[in-house]
Design a protein around this ligand. Structure first.
Ligand code: UD1
Ligand code: UDP
Length: 364
């Protein structure tokens, strides 16, 4: 069978790496890159470093408003699907690339497989929540990373099969963390192991609300240890517009850097004293690295990390990050919250079983 894989944004390049490796053992895969992310450090470098096969199609859609970006992708993906006539389509996560792929496939009646199904923040102001709810409801096979995700889907009475497989981002960590540790360390930024904070910010709810972004920046300035801040282009742009980029750069302990590669990120996460982030993926990677995480959001889809005592939600307008970090008490680590590192194999096995059962249906 032929499977079309649709990716386009940074976290999707990381998720596709282990799944593609497993998928290509038994399927023909055609990779479509929507081009939602396009800077080398947001896209190209991941293909090189993670040895992801080159995309068969580069749609080069780029940055636009939500409607235009999703619409352009939908149109271009439909053309690819009509040409390739695949037996199935895989989409990942909750970006606009995910939704465009899901709509294109489902309207052409091509079986749709959603990796990272069932996550919910129950906050419809998040574009990702719209993308994931709609994608789940048109998918034919849903791969849930956690029990919580399975329960969320049960509550929505989704009739199509849900498979609990574990998290493919954990597969990626298991596969890469040793190599990352050998290759990179924090020394190149002039900071010492376990004596710095690592911070990422990019979520719309933070970047698009100046008073909230301002409070985050002020709380980073108040920290005493060095803060490594690989800046997402979205955040870089907003901070420049607000005139805060120069102000931030003037503080010696704030190290503004370009987005780093996945391997470098894994190494920086492992050696950090604590991680401050609004990223979904980074919250889990902090947990895998056994590093405490402070999440700059009002809710999280990855509640297990909070319940386990390793992640704390921070409202930057009401809470003081510095005292929250100081107050932290490390909890006992619980293994296997996100699977056993073999989610990709389980996903591929379930896709195989899906086609097998379809054939049986035709025979009897
Ligand atoms: C997107 C996803 C978000 C995900 C994030 C991962 C949606 C709705 N959001 O958010 O769920 O967590 O990716 O990083 O799909 N830009 C560049 N160069 C690039 C890419 C982006 O300069 O290579 C800038 C552009 O100004 C662009 C802005 O970043 O307008 C936002 O990019 P976009 O892909 O629309 O959303 P993200 O915030 O990256
Ligand atoms: N990441 C990276 N370089 C960076 C910042 C993040 O490689 O400079 C990786 C990170 O390790 C994780 C993924 O990008 O695997 C998370 O993506 P992002 O935060 O962009 O999106 P989200 O997970 O919030 O959707």
């Amino acid at each position: 069978e032929k499977i079309v894989t649709i990716v386009g944004a940074r976290p999707q390049f990381i998720k596709v790496a282990p799944v593609s490796r497993a998928l290509r053992q038994s399927f023909r895969e055609v990779i479509v890159n929507t081009g939602q992310h396009y800077d080398f450090n947001m896209a190209g470098q991941f293909f090189d470093e993670l040895e992801i096969p080159r995309p068969d199609y580069d749609l080069e859609v780029g940055s636009h408003s939500h409607g235009k970006q999703t619409g352009l992708m939908l149109q271009a993906i439909e053309e690819v699907l009509l040409q390739e006539k695949p037996d199935g389509v895989i989409v990942y996560g909750d970006t606009n690339s995910t939704l465009a792929g899901a709509l294109a496939a489902s309207k052409l009646h091509i079986p749709l497989f959603h990796v990272e199904a069932g996550l919910r923040s129950y906050n419809k102001a998040m574009p990702e929540e719209i993308n994931r709810v709609l994608t789940d409801h048109v998918s034919d096979l849903l791969f849930a990373p956690t029990e919580t995700a399975v329960k969320n889907l049960e509550r929505e009475s989704i009739a199509d099969p849900v498979r609990l497989c574990g998290d493919v981002m954990y597969d990626a960590v298991v596969y890469n963390r040793e190599i990352a540790g050998r290759r990179y360390g924090p020394e190149r930024y002039g900071v010492e192991r376990k004596a710095y904070y690592l911070c990422t910010i990019h979520r719309a709810e933070n970047t698009d609300r100046p008073e909230r972004l301002g409070a985050i920046i002020d709380s980073l300035i108040r920290l005493e240890a060095p803060v490594l801040l690989p800046l997402h282009p979205r955040t870089q742009k907003v901070l420049r517009e607000l005139g805060r980029l120069d102000v931030l750069a003037r503080h010696d302990h704030i190290r503004l850097i370009e987005p780093v590669s996945y391997m470098e990120m894994l190494a920086l996460e492992t050696e950090a004293a604590a991680i401050v982030t609004d990223s979904g993926g980074v919250q889990k990677e902090a947990y895998f690295a056994r590093v405490p995480c402070f999440t700059l959001r009002d809710e999280t889809e990855w509640m297990e990390t909070v319940e386990a005592g390793w992640n704390k939600l921070i409202d930057p307008l009401r809470m003081d990050l510095k005292s929250e970090i100081e107050r932290l008490e490390i909890a006992a680590y619980q293994d296997r919250l996100y699977g056993d590192g073999r989610a990709s194999e389980k996903i591929v096995g379930a896709i195989q079983a899906y086609y097998h059962s379809k054939v049986s249906e035709c025979w009897f």
